[in-house]
Write a protein that binds this ligand. Structure first.
Ligand SMILES: C[S@@+](CC[C@H](N)C(=O)[O-])C[C@H]1O[C@@H](n2cnc3c(N)ncnc32)[C@H](O)[C@@H]1O
Length: 237
């Protein structure tokens, strides 16, 4: 969609502090924001973790005006740009949630509140000594599964094969999730939703991308001791 092009007039960006302070699209809290009050109309709540420059979430929001989107990241430049584009394009159904997904999501959402979670190209941390910094770990996925509604969808994409192998293992071992690409566990194509900036770059470079799609088992109830889910008041229902 050309209207979402990055080609902005060359003027200096307003500072992060200035654009975010009191902005109606910006959420920076450790508490539970009442999401129903933050969007103009009710709709399924969909979360993108690590939205980068915002291309993907803006296209999703335009494509699905009856869904409400929350875009989470801590990348200041991306947040500034995305807020400016939301203002300019008058897109009402996106809220920007600031912070580290691992720390904030337990507080920001109630159990079963999200109909979809999308993680496009999480940082791969390719060096062996850094792999523990990767976002997709069993405790994080257990926490996300708790936040998903019954039959809610979790989508993950990566171009980095060692991370794809790890993601495959973690997702397939999460009891509350059902693989939508069974028995293979992944797909190398995904045409049903817009392409993110990184995705377009990787596809243009001829790289193979692994796409994962899991739904929350509607019969699943968390029986194992929770880890991250116990941290925040938003998990108390
Ligand atoms: C490799 S970029 C991908 C950007 C975008 N999803 C895309 O596909 O074009 C990863 C993004 O995730 C964000 N990120 C990494 N770890 C995060 C975390 N723990 N919480 C929130 N955002 C995170 C980074 O700031 C960055 O914007």
């Amino acid at each position: 969609m050309t209207f979402l092009s990055n080609a902005m007039p060359s003027r200096p960006l307003i500072s992060f502090e200035k654009i975010t302070e009191g902005h109606p699209f910006f959420v920076d809290t450790d508490g539970y924001p009442d999401w129903s009050q933050r969007f103009p109309k009710p709709g399924p709540l969909k979360l993108e973790i690590g939205f980068g420059n915002g291309n993907f979430i803006l296209e999703m929001a335009v494509r699905e005006p009856d869904s409400n989107f929350i875009a989470m990241d801590f990348y200041h430049k991306g947040i500034r740009k995305t807020i400016m584009r939301l203002d300019r394009l008058k897109i009402p159904n996106v809220q920007i949630a600031y912070g580290n997904a691992r720390e904030r999501i337990p507080y920001l959402f109630r159990s079963g509140e999200l109909s979809e979670v999308i993680i496009n190209f999480p940082d791969p941390w390719p060096k062996k000594r850094h792999t523990k910094r990767r976002l997709i770990k069993p405790d994080f996925i257990e926490m996300l599964t708790d936040k998903l509604a019954p039959e809610g969808l979790l989508r993950v994409a990566t171009d980095f094969q060692p991370y794809a192998d790890e993601i495959h293992l973690v997702l397939s071992e999460e009891q509350g999730l059902i693989d939508q690409n069974s028995p293979k566990g992944f797909s190398h194509t995904r045409d049903s939703i817009p392409k993110s900036k990184y995705e377009k770059n990787f596809l243009n470079a001829g790289k193979t991308i692994s796409y994962f799609e899991y739904r929350k088992d509607p019969d699943y109830t968390l029986t194992v001791p929770k880890t991250l889910t116990e941290m925040g008041p938003a998990s108390i229902t």
